[in-house]
Design a protein around this ligand. Structure first.
Ligand code: AMP
Ligand code: MN
Ligand code: MN
Ligand code: MN
Length: 277
């Protein structure tokens, strides 16, 4: 059977809808042979996913998707092949959980001012022990009929500059990458086209990312079309970054994104899995 990699997805440890076990099983059903669990700012789902992967017979790559700040903008750095017990990374995730809870309180207060009460209780309940994200707020706004899609929740309330947006300073890019490399992992810039950078800013970002030890870039995600893949592949070549592929799966209810349903990595790009031991 050919290898089939999906190196970016989320479980209930962050804003995914499936438990780590259900996620691993679904990945297997969709033909994934190597899956990286990359929850936002947490490694809490990895132990369960590892157990499920052994039972299911797929290869589980321990991962994370860290929120990082660079030039006052938030970027997502996927760490692949990390040791989830690396103490500085553990400590970072504990701090990030506190940051996310405090941020959630501020988002809820802003919503309250817009006469939308009850958000904090709802997102805390939905997130359980996991990380609270803006996706949880979007789900709450949807369930209360304040918006009719997740996208509308971001456009009206949660997105940058909108009514309930809380500017957050995440860890510095260099620090975030150091937690990943210190944990024995490979740092990959996630969904590079989602930040809406101009070409010159993208080049500055990639130069800075390489400078601090970044080794990979997500050339293929669940939502990229052929043209977008070409654009990112050109950056990978130019900056000598290995290419990653990941669906960024969150929820089976989203018909557009499925585990393992991703275009192949262009053949001239060095696969990031060759860097994983
Ligand atoms: P956070 O890390 O708490 O800021 O939440 C970010 C998460 O919200 C992302 O990982 C996505 O899952 C989701 N998200 C961000 N922007 C959008 C958007 N425009 N539409 C739908 N979901 C989004
Ligand atoms: Mn997410
Ligand atoms: Mn992301
Ligand atoms: Mn993601």
């Amino acid at each position: 059977m050919p290898e089939n990699y999906d190196l970016h997805c989320h479980s209930t440890a962050s804003d995914g809808a499936l438990s780590p076990t259900a996620l691993v099983q679904r990945a297997h059903e969709h033909g994934v042979t190597s899956l990286a669990l990359t929850d936002h700012d947490t490694v809490a789902g990895i132990a369960e996913a590892q157990t499920a992967a052994i039972e299911t017979g797929i290869h589980l790559i321990p991962g994370i998707e860290l929120s990082a700040s660079w030039q006052n903008k938030c970027f997502h750095i996927v760490g692949l092949g990390i040791d989830p017990d690396y103490p500085p990374l553990r400590e970072a995730t504990l701090n990030l959980q506190i940051m996310r809870t405090e941020r959630a309180e501020k988002i809820a207060a802003k919503l309250e001012k817009k006469r939308i009460p009850g958000a904090l209780e709802a997102v805390k309940k939905a997130a359980g022990d996991g990380m609270i994200t803006r996706s949880h707020f979007a789900d709450f706004l949807l369930s209360q009929f304040h918006v009719s899609t997740q996208q509308e929740a971001f456009d009206r309330y949660l997105g940058a500059g909108k009514a309930a947006f809380v500017p957050t300073t995440w860890s510095d890019l260099e620090l975030a990458v150091s937690w990943i490399t210190g944990a024995g992992g490979v740092a990959v810039l996630a969904h590079p086209l989602r930040y809406k950078l101009t070409a010159s800013w993208m080049k500055r970002l990639l130069a800075a990312f390489k400078e601090v030890g970044g080794l990979g870039i997500e050339v293929v995600t669940g939502r990229y079309n052929a043209d977008e893949i070409k654009i990112v592949a050109a950056y990978a070549t130019r900056f000598e970054l290995a290419g990653s592929v990941g669906s960024d799966f969150h929820n089976p209810a989203n018909p557009w994104v499925e585990l393992g349903r991703i275009a192949p990595l262009p053949e001239h790009i060095k696969p990031v899995w060759e860097l994983l031991s």
